[in-house]
Design a protein around this ligand. Structure first.
Ligand code: COI
Length: 368
């Protein structure tokens, strides 16, 4: 557990809303929250210019932005984001999970998109400053949390194609329940062979809006086949599992070995992915990060050599996959039920996040 903090939280000027929601309104909105539809009363922000660097730290009322129609982000998509959560523990204290890892990934994404890096102290400072004002929005029911969405975009009004000389950073927050409507239960996956998410040298390892925009058509294809999510194959060979677009993927073999696609530069370096792999290793599982051919997974599901498949991510936490379908195949995974390894690692991870178990890795960071 880490409680020390040298952030810029105090440097964020507070301009508080003159119409915050009442306690009763907030209680109603946080009782059974869906994913990402309700937002708190405030947001944090900073601005960067090439001349002055980062400045104008403030927390201000949540509301629409004034964006110039020529802002580069609207034309060339120079944008990145992060996702992390604030958990309420039984004693009422508020905690985030490995926020420094998100800060580091945000900086890495910024480098890839030719955006300015936000110092980690400002990333954490903005979170602490917003939670200091809107902490009452962190829900307390089981499986709920306050989802934080930090993002940065090119706000300079300029239509030439070059890195913007003015950039805005914002942090918004949304009380959330499970990512998938219907709660925590096995989801079905469509393996797309027509579309790829990322190619070698592209932006696959960065958390940028463009990656998600490109995933929407294949996602629609998944819906049309009765699936909830799409799984992408690598662009180079069209034969290796990569990720689900918003989640990493792992398979469990009959002997307990867990295999997941290696970080090849085309998939996102998930914080949940890394945490789950750590917990599995410590729990005695062999964990292998390598190429994962679709043919091997299909064969393993047919023969029983693969017993479980699951997805993981901040939003998805650990989500069992109960069905894997694609052109020419449609297979149940573990009879469509949540497998024991998936359930155990989900339980272990959430117990740390919600303060029900010790935090030997120092992953939790106290916010209030
Ligand atoms: C997350 O897990 O935080 C994500 O960013 C995935 C998705 C909601 C975009």
């Amino acid at each position: 557990m880490s409680t020390t903090s040298h952030t810029t939280a105090d440097a964020f000027e507070r301009r508080l809303s003159d119409h915050p929601r009442s306690d009763a309104e907030r209680a109603a909105l946080t009782a059974e929250p869906a994913f990402g539809v309700v937002f708190t009363d405030h947001m944090a922000r900073m601005t960067w210019t090439v001349e002055a660097g980062w400045g104008e730290r403030r927390v201000e009322p949540y509301g629409p932005l004034l964006v110039d129609p020529a802002a580069a982000v609207l034309h060339y998509g120079q944008e990145i984001f992060e996702g992390l959560k604030v958990y309420r523990h039984a004693d009422g204290s508020l905690w985030s999970f490995r926020p420094w890892a998100n800060a580091a990934r945000f900086a890495a994404s910024a480098r890839r998109l030719a955006l300015p890096e936000l110092p980690a102290d400002d990333f954490l400072g903005s979170i602490e400053a917003l939670v200091a004002v809107d902490g009452a929005w962190v829900p307390s029911a089981e499986e709920t949390s306050l989802y934080l969405r930090p993002f940065m975009f090119a706000s300079e009004a300029f239509l030439g194609v070059r890195p913007a000389r003015r950039v805005d950073y914002l942090l918004i927050a949304s009380p959330v329940g499970p990512y998938f409507a219907g709660g925590v239960k096995p989801v079905s996956i469509w393996v797309s062979e027509d579309y790829h998410r990322a190619g070698p040298g592209g932006t696959g390892a960065a958390k940028c809006g463009g990656n998600y925009a490109a995933s929407l058509l294949p996602q629609q294809e998944a819906y049309s086949h009765g699936c909830e999510q799409v799984c992408f194959l690598d662009a180079a060979t069209g034969s290796l599992l990569e990720e689900l677009g918003g989640m990493n993927v792992m398979v469990v073999q009959r002997d307990g070995t867990v295999v997941t696609p290696a970080l090849s530069g085309t998939i996102l370096e998930g914080v949940t992915r890394d945490s789950v792999l750590t917990l599995l290793r410590e729990g005695g599982h062999e964990v292998v990060e390598r190429d994962l051919p679709l043919a091997e997974v299909l064969d393993g599901l047919r023969t029983g050599a693969i017993t479980e498949v699951f997805a993981c991510g901040t939003a998805a936490v650990v989500t069992p996959i109960g069905r894997l379908a694609g052109e020419g195949f449609d297979l149940a995974v573990n009879g469509g039920q949540t497998g024991a390894v998936t359930a155990a690692v989900r339980h272990q991870l959430t117990a740390i996040q919600y303060g029900r178990a010790a935090d030997p890795h120092g992953w939790m960071h106290r916010l209030a």
